[in-house]
Design a protein around this ligand. Sequence first.
Ligand code: MG
Length: 257
Amino acid sequence: MRKSVFIPTLSLLTVSALSMQAQDKPKPQDTEVWEPVPKVVSTGKTPMDPPSDAIILFDGKNLDEWVSVKDKSPAKWKVADGVLTVDKSTGNIETKRSFKNYQLHIEWRIPPTINGTGQGRGNSGIFLASTGPGDAGYEMQVLDSYENKTYVNGQAGSIYKQGIPLVNATKKPGEWQVYDVVWTAPTFNADGSVKTPAHITAFHNGALIQNNFELKGETLYIGKPSYKKYESAPIKLQSHGDPSEPISFRNIWVREL
Ligand code: MG
């Protein structure tokens, strides 16, 4: 009689211990994440085409998304044959919209007849955040860096005076070139001090040129970089004062992150 009570108790413990063991053993399902489900976007025939959730900043037709930096009037650069060309007499232009973190695609072309040397040869720039008048903000350099020597932290694909591009992927003047950029904006504490610095990853014609590069602040022509608090900002294209022929842009789109 005693025996018959004891045996079922023991076997219950054994089953329980075995089941505990089974629960502790890692399963493939333990590390599967099912939600949130990424939004579906449709993409184009090539990586040049904007995905379906992109904001089109320039598609060859007009400058409806852009204003002059100096007075916020409609941007007056030249649009012809699907191409946007810098008009140096009217100054920098910037987007009407402000952005924080984003992916940017932009194509640019140095004229085949470009002249000048160093920084004075096809100079323009993409300001990832236009945080004030003049050239304030964070510039990724646009320049003819095809067999054109200049300071390396100022050549095409540099974060101006801060980040040297990992390689020089510049094509010959006259050929279209592409920047694909991931911009992570700086964040600030209430007192204006930096919480997290800005970071940039960028590809030039498909080659990685900036690999999660950490910026030290705004990209200044003279002096040491420092940060100034901002929340979101337009993207600006530079009208540089050098006397060489103006450069062109096309197919500009952005995806907010
Ligand atoms: Mg520039």
